[in-house]
Design a binder for this molecule. Structure first.
Ligand code: COA
Length: 404
């Protein structure tokens, strides 16, 4: 049972349910508290189903493209062929970032985390496109296009800038995902690799009200600009409890080293109450549907470009975990196989979370639009636990040991 639910139940059993002044029960982490209505994404954690605007993610990953899915998420319907062509052309036209942004990125420390670089660069776009006309559909469309177009360019640019190189300019003859892999790896990707990467972007594009999306909605509710909305969501995604578990999965698989050690590793970790990275989810009690698809993508990639030896370790771990963690509803989540896919695509480990952001910007922008459609600024209550009202004391009368 999730810890916060246990905490809330614990409070109830101890007869000390915490309420705010209006009698609303305190739920740490807002777990199970609906804070918005949304028509964007639906998750059934018992059935293991995930839909975007009613379309199963399996169908989108098989037949759609990331840009088409982005359009669907943000505007609610699949685009007509003309709408899609126009959207793709607009995104392609806005991929370049100003030399001023690139120069700014050159001043970032090379040792800085790429997520911090991305958060700063995304926020800086607000300086360049400062007109704030969020009730103007043209402004909204242009802001969506700019963010979808420029975020990948900024992620790829920092990867080269930190090595002391100049960023590679986007190539107009390459589609969205091919162009990103080209800017990142400095060579044109194999079409199969590009298609698999595009499908990864579809799988990560939206997942209802997780921490970064909630952060995006809170920021959106103040009616600030979409660049600030995305920058705050990037900052939230950067935390180790949210994005980033896929990096840890690879480290864990390497530590296990061979399939024969998987059972022993699990027993040891469970005995020490250590979490198995890439397992478990607040919503799912079965294998995450995205993990099912990502495993298939990993196999497609390995069949073509050679296997990653850690894949056998991953499969052995999943097999051994079924009897040990399955009864508690703990199964592989989206992060379990994605790291293996990204590594095969030549993406460095510390770019896994920025790549997640490239994709999730679609979901954040969908929630931004939806929030603006029925806005009420977020302002939850709190339960005050500080001192009662007291009189100010002149400095000379204060005890010497007061305060910190
Ligand atoms: N490995 C082993 N045990 C796990 C586990 C894991 N990955 N995830 C949850 N559990 C166990 C907990 O130890 C706890 O057991 P207990 O009831 O005996 O104390 C129980 O399941 C509930 O765990 P909790 O952390 O409260 O569940 P949650 O719903 O709050 O957490 C996650 C969801 C994703 C944070 C959690 O599963 C986790 O930390 N997973 C590993 C990190 C990861 O892969 N993150 C990416 C998520 S997409």
């Amino acid at each position: 049972m999730p810890s916060s639910r246990k905490q809330a139940l614990g409070q109830e059993q101890a007869g000390e349910i915490l309420h705010d002044r209006s009698g609303i029960v305190f739920r740490p982490g807002l777990e199970g508290v609906p804070v918005t209505q949304s028509a964007i994404c639906d998750i059934d954690g018992l059935q293991g189903s995930l839909t975007y605007r009613g379309y199963p993610v399996e169908d989108l990953a098989a037949h759609s493209t990331f840009l088409e899915t982005t359009y669907l998420l943000i505007w609610g319907e699949l685009p007509s062929p003309k709408q899609l062509r126009d959207f793709e052309a607009e995104v392609q036209m806005h991929r370049r970032v100003s030399f001023r942004v690139r120069d700014m990125m050159k001043c970032f420390p090379a040792t800085g985390h790429p997520m911090d670089a991305l958060q700063s660069s995304a926020a800086s776009l607000g300086l360049f496109y400062s007109r704030r006309a969020i009730d103007n559909p043209k402004y909204v469309y242009e802001a969506v296009v700019r963010l979808i177009a420029k975020i990948p360019t900024m992620v790829a640019a920092f990867k080269l800038i930190r090595k002391g190189q100049d960023p590679i300019q986007p190539r107009d003859d390459l589609a969205y995902s091919s162009n990103f892999l080209y800017m990142l790896t400095e060579r044109e990707p194999d079409p199969l690799a590009a298609r698999i990467f595009d499908r990864c972007l579809i799988l990560h594009a939206e997942h209802s009200l997780n921490a970064s999306t909630f952060s995006a909605r809170v920021t959106a509710s103040t009616l600030t600009d979409p660049y600030a909305v995305v920058a705050s969501a990037v900052g939230t995604l950067a935390g180790p409890l949210h994005g980033g578990a896929n990096e840890d999965v690879l480290a864990m698989l390497e530590e296990i080293g061979s399939p024969e050690r998987a059972g022993e590793y699990l027993d040891e970790a469970i005995a020490c109450k250590r979490k198995i990275m890439g397992f478990g989810h607040r919503e799912y009690r079965v294998k995450d549907p995205r993990a099912v698809i990502l495993q298939g993508l990993a196999e497609e990639l390995f069949a073509r470009f050679g296997k990653d030896e850690m894949y056998d370790v991953a499969r052995a771990l999943e097999h051994e975990a079924a009897s040990r963690l399955g009864p508690k509803g703990i199964y592989p989540n989206v992060d379990f196989y994605s790291g293996l896919v990204y590594r095969k695509l030549g993406i460095p480990r510390d770019l896994f979370t920025p790549v997640f952001a490239i994709s999730r910007v679609a979901g954040w922008l969908a929630h931004w639009r939806e929030q603006l459609g029925a806005n009420r600024i977020f302002r939850p209550s709190q339960i005050y636990t500080g001192a009662q009202a007291r009189a100010w004391i002149p400095g000379e009368d204060r005890p010497t040991s007061a305060g910190a």
